[in-house]
Design a binder for this molecule. Structure first.
Ligand code: ACO
Length: 333
């Protein structure tokens, strides 16, 4: 039997309406708009009010399903798996995927979460592609969703300036040979577990008065070390995924790196020698939305009409774990 190929047949995103600007942050911690802009490239980010991660996931998922219906005649009842990649689940269990599945009215459709920090969407593409190409499932809804602001310490100026909330979703199905997910490269190094983490609230350090008092239920990060790791890992993963796809950097039409810091993106672009016009960067408006950052950036080029059938896209991410990964996708609709 010939190998099946899996690709994206619908795309949708959702952002909470509340905007938190650098000027707002100036009133909360000792920082300045200028410092944040120069060091990160971020001007503002979206922050949830009452909504939770599963709300954002369901709203982005619904938009992706509507897009798949209009563009590729996919029906909601065709969906046979829901995957949510998130670093800010509503609860440890039930999974955010189960909560979003219910909100989407997809009763009895299997659903599970992926926890691979900011690389969750890259990992999710591999899982979805594999399950479709092996013939196990035909239609998969893959969502990256974050209410990561709920895990941000609003007293820690080195992290609270970085993150934002949002969600992006894709519907995936079998596609023609030569289109869809052409190659993927994933990696992890648990040796870097202390560089970026939420120390408490799990089995290692269950929530207690002490953990809350010491603010251990919030994101802790060694920014300088993560920065160095990010530049190298994004570069390595990009090169490996391109090699696996049999492509060169110059073949790529759009480069979508995880939106963590504009300086990281610029450093990688320089190392890769990629044409700056091909780099998609929306960090200015949304900050680091973790697993949602790649689908949110993808949606920008899709909605603007820049993305054409046959275009080659390189997506790449890194995050706490440490984890990193890249995918080469050829746009199919
Ligand atoms: N405003 C003003 N000053 C600040 C702020 C702030 N918001 N934050 C830190 N500083 C100060 C520091 O205290 C330090 O002061 P000191 O020299 O007196 O000690 C000085 O600025 C420089 O600090 P650095 O940490 O060296 O600043 P850097 O240029 O590295 O920028 C940053 C910090 C933006 C966090 C950067 O290191 C970075 O982006 N790292 C990568 C973060 C990242 O990509 N995270 C991904 C998370 S993905 C996931 O899985 C969740």
């Amino acid at each position: 039997m010939a190998k099946r190929h899996a690709g994206i047949v619908g795309l949708g995103t959702y952002l909470p309406s509340r905007i938190l600007t650098n000027f707002d942050l100036e009133k909360m911690v000792s920082t300045s708009n200028q410092w944040i802009l120069e060091r990160t490239g971020i001007a503002e980010r979206r922050i949830v009010d009452k909504e939770t991660t599963s709300d954002l996931a369901a709203k982005a998922g619904l938009r992706a399903l509507n897009d798949a219906k209009v563009k590729n005649k996919v029906r909601k009842k065709d969906v046979d798996l829901v995957i949510v990649a998130t670093a800010s689940p509503d609860m440890i269990f039930p999974s955010t995927a189960c909560l979003a599945q219910e909100k989407l009215g997809l009763k009895n459709v299997p659903a599970f979460d992926i926890l691979a920090a900011c690389s969750g969407f890259s990992y999710g593409l591999v899982i979805a592609e594999s399950l479709i190409s092996s013939g196990i499932y035909r239609t998969i809804l893959l969502i990256g969703a974050e209410a990561i602001s709920r895990f941000v310490d609003w007293q820690d100026r080195s992290t609270c300036i970085l993150f934002g909330d949002g969600a992006g979703a894709v519907v995936m199905q079998e596609t023609e040979e030569g289109y869809g997910v052409l190659s993927s490269y994933l990696a992890a190094d648990g040796g870097g577990k202390d560089l970026l983490k939420i120390p408490a609230g799990g089995a290692f350090k269950p929530a207690s008065f002490d953990t809350v008092e010491r603010r251990l239920h919030y994101i802790k990060m060694n920014g300088r070390e993560v920065f160095k790791f990010a530049v190298q890992s994004i570069f390595d993963a990009s090169v490996k995924a391109l090699e696996l796809a049999g492509l060169k950097v110059s073949d790529i039409d759009f480069f979508i790196p995880h939106q963590a810091n504009k300086r990281i993106i610029d450093s990688v672009a320089k190392k890769l020698k990629i044409d700056s016009k091909k780099i998609i960067c929306n960090i200015y408006n949304y900050g680091n939305t973790s697993t949602a950052s790649i689908p949110l950036a993808l949606e920008e080029i899709y909605r603007s009409g820049k993305l054409q059938r046959g275009d080659f896209i390189l997506t790449v991410s890194f995050g706490g774990g440490l984890v990193w990964g890249a995918n080469v996708i050829r746009w199919s609709y």
